[in-house]
Design a protein around this ligand. Sequence first.
Ligand SMILES: Cc1ncc(COP(=O)(O)O)c(C=O)c1O
Length: 444
Amino acid sequence: MSEYQDIVDKNKQYTFFSWSAQEAANPIAVEKAKGIYFWDYSGKQYADFSSQLICTNIGHGDERVNKAIMDQMSKIHYVQPTNVTKVRGELGELISTVTPGDLNKTLFTTGGAEAVENAMKMARLYTGKQKIITRYRSYHGGTFAAAAAGGDPRRILNEPGIGWIVRMHDPYSYRSPLYRHCTPEEGDMIVCDLLEETIKMEGPGTVAGVLLEGYSGSSGVIAPSTVKYWTRVREICDKHNVVLIADEVMSGFGRTGKWFGIDHYNVVPDIMVMAKGITSAYLPLGAVTANDKIAKFFDKNMLACGLTYSAHAVSCAAAIATINVYKEDKLVENAAMLGAKLEKKLQVLSDKHPSIGEARGKGLHWCIELVKNRKTREEMSEWNMPMSKPMMELSAYLKNNGISTFVRWNQVYICPPLCINEKQIDDALEIYSKAFEITDKAVM
Ligand SMILES: Cc1ncc(COP(=O)(O)O)c(C=O)c1O
């Protein structure tokens, strides 16, 4: 038996795979990685066009981060979170300099879902209210409350979820019926009016928070058409004493061409949640950063949150090194610059391929929706249903030709590491274009 097959078989025999019937798992056995590429045990090269789970933002194998991890490891790897390390305070300070406004004090977790859970706890403790309003087309993690907070269908198998989560509709001008008889900008305002209506109907005295992805991720990179959407959400939250929580787990750390997705809208949330790009997945870490008012509240009131591995020293060292890489290599700027070029290149692809319904995104954070018919916008594969034959073939074509990315229902993602260059994007787009020829044949 080949080494490759042996590795896959052992993993399948002894380990579980997420979000999958176990027999359906079809993993790549990855041996090594560098920059935007990784290689499997047969020597095959893949370009990492979803940055694994949209987290390896600075790219693979960065020696500066590896060294910081080793150095910290040899000094002190862990102290219980009632004690402190040098790197914990330094990272807290660094985060306060890259986040907007007065987001200045951070609680560290081990990942995104835990950060979301703790952000919701903070909002509830701070306001003394219970309910959290979230969006249907959103994902906030796989733990129980975070999964319930996300509207993503991955929540459904664990329902009934949580009584204090209330969901609202999305600024999804391409598909939402709310936009049928108005401009995208007018539709955004209707969605905001409905948020206020929801708060009124739920009772403003019961609503603690509104939790939104700073820039939508795995639900299809759904963005409002006007910056007014976020301004209005901010106003509504202020009016009703509701904490605005931005989940920047996926959209943070340069992904969209700014430090954080919400920075495109010039709005400062009350709490920001981070993970993934904070260490670029060199080690697990999440963060919940609160504004001064909320932080002050917890001076005298107990912060009823805690984790054994909160502020793990080696993860903190990895995060400091990673944030320094973003700065040194100007990766946020690179994402913005290449994002503007990618937008034009995707327009050319859209003109060529009738199966492209809409290409949406910012920076290096893009989703392409494939349709059977541009007029009716019928999806190439239905939402939350097994993938259609053309989408399965497209997915296989990309993988066979060395592109690793998400393909979900009728969506294909382009989210490479931010250290990518234009030539690497062009090479990949040639393969994407050939893959779209498969879905073009299914256009009616
Ligand atoms: C927006 C968002 N929030 C939270 C999470 C959960 O993060 P984790 O998987 O690290 O728990 C994810 C994961 O994809 C995410 O995209």
